[in-house]
Every structure is written in C-alpha cells, then in structure tokens.
Ligand binder design. Structure first.
Ligand SMILES: Cc1cc2nc3c(=O)[nH]c(=O)nc-3n(C[C@H](O)[C@H](O)[C@H](O)COP(=O)(O)OP(=O)(O)OC[C@H]3O[C@@H](n4cnc5c(N)ncnc54)[C@H](O)[C@@H]3O)c2cc1C
Length: 432
C-alpha cells in the first residue's frame, strides 16, 4: 500500500473537525491551510460540554503531543434521581467529559502551537510535518473545479476582498450550516435543520458556587432527572481556565423541554431586541420574563439539585434541537469532502459530534495511507453518520414523546442497521 504524495489541502472551518483533520494531515506531511471565518483565535464554547467518545479518545491518544495533561473529567456512569433526590438507578458507563474550549485549545496547540490558558506551553511540532496555517477572518464562498485541483473562493472579512486559493483536496468542516454542503445540496428553508419539536436549554455554573448538599447528590456522575416531556441532566466539565480541580470545574446542565413549533416557540426564541431566531439564542439573548417562567416550572417540578442549578443560571444558551444528514460525503471526484457536523448533525442526546469528527478523520488517514479507497471512506462515514443520527432520534423521541413516534423511530433504526448489515455481507461475499 502506497502513501499519497504531499497534497495542498484547504480546510474550511477551524473548529473541532477542521483542526482534527488539519493535525492528522500535517503530521502525514501534507500542507494544510485552514480558512476560518471567525476573526478571533480566542473563542468560547456554547456553555455545553463535549464528550470525548471512543474515536475522539483514539484520535487524542495518537496525535496529542500533550497527553500527560488530562483534558477531561472522568465520569464513572449515569445515575437517575427522583423528585426527592433519591437514587433510582445507576448505569456504569465511564465517560470523558470535556468542554469545547478545552478541546479547541488543545487541538490548536497541536496544529499550530497556539499558546492559551488551557495549553500554556505547547510542545514544538515535528520538523517533518507539513505546513500548518490557521487563517482567521476568511469566509469561504464558493468552489470551482480546475482539472485535478479545486479553486476555493473566500472573502477576507476585514478588507472585504475576494481571493482564491488552489487545493488538491478541500475539506468542508464548516459545521451544520455548511456553505460547502450548500454548494452541492442547496437546501430549502425547512430541510436545512428541521426542528424536532423541543428545545435544549443549557447552563454552566462554577462548582464552588453550588451547595454541598447538591454536590453530594451529584457526586462525579452524569445525573439525570426525568419527567413527562422534560428531562434534565448535569455533569462536570473542565473550568474556564481548563482546571479539573473539584470546585473549579463547571457543572454543565442540559434541559430538554418540549416546545411545539408554534406560539410558544416564537415566545421563547424572540430575543431581548424582538428578533426571532430559528435555531439558537446565545447567552444573554433570552428575554428575562421567559426565563423566569422556566425557573418557576423547574421549582415546581424538578429535584432539588436541578432547581438549584436552574435558579443559579441567569443567562442560558437555548438551542432548537434538530438533526440532518447529507446524502453524499464526496464531490468533484473526491477532491471535496464533507466531515463532522457539515456532513451530519446529531441530536445532542448521544453526545457524539466530536466523535464523528474524529471518526471521519481517522478513516481519512486510512485513505491517505493507501489502506482504503475514497469510495470506501465515503461508505464508512455515511454509514456511521446515518446510524448515529437515527440513534440520536430514538433517544430524543424516547425522552420527549414515547408512544407511536418512539416505535416508528426504533423501526427506522432497526431497518437501517439491518440494511447496513446486509450490504456489508453482500460486499464481503462479492469481494474480489
Ligand atoms: C465557537 C463554537 C463553540 C461551540 N461550543 C460547543 C459546546 O460547548 N458544546 C457542544 O456540544 N458543541 C459546541 N460546538 C459545536 C461542536 O464543535 C460541534 O458540534 C462538533 O464538535 C463538530 O464540530 P465541527 O468542527 O464539525 O463543526 P463546528 O464546531 O460547528 O465548526 C464549524 C466551523 O466552521 C466555521 N465556518 C462556518 N462557515 C464557514 C465558512 N463559510 N468559511 C469559513 N469558516 C466557516 C465556523 O466558524 C466554525 O468554526 C461549538 C462550535 C463552535 C464553532
């Protein structure tokens, strides 16, 4: 099996998926140019943790030069509590819980040596690595096929100038509203991110600001309280400066709340300036009177630890839950690929988005090492995306609806697994 010669790779989007791919490619000696529309190196998470699933852990153990510094809170499993805060069930399920910021700065340290509070002394990158350029304030607008290459058009956000760069491979890692995906699959308003009918309200409170009584109930576990049409969960993630010390960590909660696509949705998603949003409200944008109603609901219905978490949150982050998937992962004869959220968006229940980014990346490494073809890569990443997305729909439907909707989602999931199993078997039987 032969490795490919050095490629010039343009990655659109420099978040988790873009950086993972950038690190892997430059370590293989390819030249990587990340075009990121944000103008700031120092960015914030969305007040929500990120689980480092098995593939993300595998990625970090292979590529992280700073492995000796822990990046996540080790959480032993899930515990379910009732309204009186009594334990109902414990499921042993070890998880590594981190934050977007922790992961982003760790990846930046590994990609281009960015110094941050989270990674103050990045190790020197190997001299045999390819170029690694992280280019801020560059919004990609279009792609043109040019023989064996692709021309990438982007706007310099500061000067408004339109520029072009040539690439052998373009990686669309530009998130769930991917501009790259839209070039090939222009969406209708509804199709882009169809609303699942419920909201995720998120908040994060410094552990030291939470009472000892609540901390005693939560311990170090992923704790869940469930009631009809609502469930809320909490777990600890690294603190604002990346600290993993108890007390300095953040207790991160996500509250799933049914909110049909009508008057109530408009009420919640209309921000303090009167503008209505379709998918997210950043912290500080939710109208105080709306949050007051939510707090009252929590006080009347939730177990005490969750009441405290909600009461101590003044500026939640609100997201309308949705999911989607693109039918293809490669375009322009494999010169353009989609990865991470640009390829498929999962509902947050399964917490596998960073895992998908790592999976796509580790599979691409196999292509570049000549172990699998690009066609096989596409099959693998689409297969992973389809089954994980549907699993996220099943979990969301179980928690928010139940009944016939749940039966339907489980049937779709079972058929999908069956179809994937049959196709794998046929390929295995007909392999030459
Ligand atoms: C600032 C930020 C904070 C986040 N915080 C959290 C969190 O706390 N918890 C959580 O679960 N998830 C969070 N996410 C989402 C999370 O990163 C993803 O769900 C997942 O990790 C997969 O990441 P991704 O790289 O595929 O997509 P994303 O993380 O969405 O990254 C897409 C990147 O592409 C850039 N981009 C988009 N369009 C263009 C364009 N046309 N040209 C150039 N660049 C473009 C965006 O600015 C962004 O940096 C956050 C994302 C961002 C960008």
């Amino acid at each position: 099996m032969q490795e490919t010669p050095s490629l010039n790779v343009v990655i659109v989007g420099g978040s988790i998926a873009g950086l993972m791919h950038g690190i892997m490619l430059s370590r293989l000696g390819h030249h990587v140019h990340i075009l990121e529309q944000s103008t700031e190196n120092f960015r914030h998470g969305q007040a929500a943790g990120i689980r480092a699933g098995p593939e993300a852990q595998k990625f970090l153990s292979e590529f992280d030069l700073h492995k000796h510094y822990p990046y996540a809170v080790d959480c032993p499993g899930m515990q379910f509590i009732n309204k009186k805060s009594d334990y109902e069930r414990f499921v042993k399920f070890p998880m590594k819980q981190t934050s977007w910021t922790m992961l982003y700065y760790r990846l930046r340290a590994n990609f281009d040596g960015l110094v941050s509070k989270h990674c103050p002394a990045p190790l020197e990158l190997a001299s045999e690595a390819g170029n690694a350029k992280y280019d801020l304030g560059k919004r990609v607008l279009g792609l043109t096929e040019d023989g064996s290459q692709v021309q990438v058009q982007y706007r310099d956000v500061a000067t408004e100038e339109i520029k072009t760069v040539q690439a052998d491979l373009v990686i669309g890692a530009d998130g769930s509203y991917s501009a790259i995906r839209r070039i090939f699959r222009p969406p209708s308003e509804r199709e882009d991110r169809p609303y699942a009918g419920y909201l995720a309200l998120r908040g994060g409170i410094l552990e030291s600001e939470i009472s000892q009584a609540t901390r005693d109930v939560l311990k170090n576990n992923f704790t869940v309280f469930k009631m009809p049409k609502n469930y809320i969960l909490v777990y600890a993630i690294p603190g604002h400066d990346g600290s993993l010390e108890p007390g300095n960590r953040i207790l991160n909660f996500v509250w799933y709340h049914n909110c049909p696509d009508d008057f109530e949705f408009q009420e919640v998603m209309t921000d303090i300036s009167g503008q209505t949003h379709r998918s997210t409200l950043q912290p500080g944008m939710l109208r105080p009177e709306v949050w007051e109603q939510q707090v009252k609901f929590a006080q009347a219905s939730f177990a005490a630890p969750f009441v405290e978490l909600v009461e101590k949150t003044s500026q939640p982050f609100v997201a309308a839950v949705s999911d989607n998937i693109c039918d293809r992962a490669t375009f322009m004869n494999g010169k353009v690929i989609l990865v991470g959220d640009a390829l498929a968006l999962f509902r947050p229940h399964v917490a596998l988005s960073a895992n998908q980014a790592a999976y796509d990346c580790l599979e691409l490494q196999k292509v570049l090492k000549g172990e699998i073809s690009m066609k096989q890569w596409e099959r693998n990443v689409l297969g992973y995306a389809a089954k994980t997305r549907q699993l996220s729909v099943v979990v969301g439907t179980l928690s928010q609806y139940g009944g016939w909707k749940l039966v339907q989602s489980v049937l779709v999931y079972a058929l999908l697994l069956l179809r994937q199993g049959i196709l794998s078997l046929v390929r295995w039987l007909t392999r030459s």
